[in-house]
Design a protein around this ligand. Structure first.
Ligand code: COA
Length: 363
């Protein structure tokens, strides 16, 4: 058995071929086109494979992201394309490879890891927990929002710069380069909608679909709410099928405006999260607590125990899953423990940390 290790440059085509065969057997494109950054050659050092007799048996990729939020900068490890060839499953290969990816993420200084999966129990065994908040707004019917004065285009052949500029205005973003935005615009099987004003300035964008994933989901969007709302209404009209817009819990204005229409709202999790560097993460949150004037805020890990509280109301727990859900949501302090109202209020002024990973960055 050879690995887990990063592939050599010369092995890269074989790795992509392994992924295409196992994860995209029917697609008319390569998985590499769907994840141009995570599965790009520049990220090869964060890919992990296990080989035997020169054949790839198992794979996972880690993609470090820097996420800017009102609480500060977080270093996040996105994990994805986890797969073991069918004849070699249940021998611990994926577990070994994921542990190795997590180790690489710790060495990169990542605060936490995140992934998207239906195999919750598989990842719970490795310390991941469903956490964070994601609101899905389903437009079963058309919504009546006119696109007054806006010219709407449906094409991915648009300039990356204005999209990049609108993206940068979000409260929570990953630090993306303009070139990464250009690469994302070339992802196959994706509908790109843009709304332009009479002066030719981009007012809103909305992206539906992404390769084999997120069909019918608007997973990336940006712009001022009125133009964005008109664009979303256009997407629903143009596609003549239900469309779901995924929205972070902190996008209160957009959520309020969408909910004014006959839509179905589902509350979900952002993803499965595992804290990698407790001390770093907690230091950032405590710094934020001080900056918003919450005194005596405690968030400390000692051994397997976490101490959480404010002032005299300190609670101690060995359940990391509870801590993950308190730090990133959706739990509120009062749901985890019977804190007195003053402590709950102090905790809820700081937690959950607003966190979001936009669709193009998901791994
Ligand atoms: C899911 C998958 C990656 C697991 O790979 P693997 O090499 O067989 O996994 P491991 O042998 O390391 O299993 C680790 C643990 O998870 C358990 N497990 C494996 N597959 C599981 C599943 N589908 N659901 C729940 N638990 C699972 C194993 O029993 C093992 O538990 P243990 O350590 O307590 O014995 C593999 O089945 C696969 O490639 N599936 C198709 C692609 C896929 O679905 N990828 C997941 C993308 S998120």
């Amino acid at each position: 058995m050879d690995g887990p290790r990063a592939p050599l440059d010369a092995e890269f085509p074989t790795v992509v071929e392994f992924l295409d065969r196992n994860l995209r057997p029917q697609a008319g494109w390569s998985i590499r086109d769907e994840y141009p950054v995570a599965l790009g050659r520049q990220n090869i050092g964060n890919i992990r494979i296990i080989k035997d007799d020169d054949r790839v048996l198992s794979h996972a990729v880690m993609r470090p992201l820097i996420v800017k939020s009102p609480v500060g900068l977080f270093k996040v490890a996105g994990i994805g394309s986890v797969v073991t060839s069918s004849g070699h499953r249940n021998r611990g290969l994926s577990r070994t490879i994921i542990e190795n990816c997590l180790q690489a993420a710790r060495e990169h200084g990542c605060d936490f890891a995140i992934l998207w999966t239906d195999l919750h129990d598989f990842y719970r065994k490795m310390g991941f927990e469903l956490a964070g908040s994601e609101t899905s707004v389903v437009l079963e019917e058309e919504i009546d929002v006119p696109a007054d004065g806006l010219k709407i285009l449906e094409t991915s052949k648009v300039a990356a710069d204005p999209i990049h500029r609108l993206y940068a205005r979000h409260t929570v973003t990953s630090l993306r380069t303009l070139d990464e935005t250009r690469q994302y615009l070339r992802i196959p099987n994706m509908r790109v909608y843009t709304a332009w004003d009479a002066a030719g300035a981009l007012q809103a964008y909305a992206i539906e679909g992404k390769g084999s994933d997120l069909d019918g989901y608007v997973h990336e969007w940006g712009g001022e709410v009125p133009a964005l709302l008109a664009l979303i209404a256009h997407v629903r009209r143009a596609q003549k099928r239900p469309i779901t817009v995924i929205v972070p819990a902190h996008s209160q204005n957009l959520l309020r405006r969408l909910k004014a229409h006959p839509v179905v709202v589902n509350e979900g999790f952002l993803g499965m999260v595992k804290i990698l560097n407790h001390a770093n993460l907690y230091a950032k949150i405590k710094r934020h607590a001080r900056s918003v004037g919450v005194g005596g805020f405690a968030l400390e890990r000692q051994g397997d125990l976490t101490y959480i509280g404010a002032g005299a109301g300190i609670f101690k727990t060995d359940a990391d899953a509870d801590v993950i859900r308190l730090v990133f949501g959706p739990h509120k302090a009062s749901q985890i423990h019977g804190f007195d109202p003053k402590t709950s209020e102090a905790l809820e002024a700081v937690l959950p940390v607003p966190m979001w990973i936009w669709g193009w960055d998901s791994v």
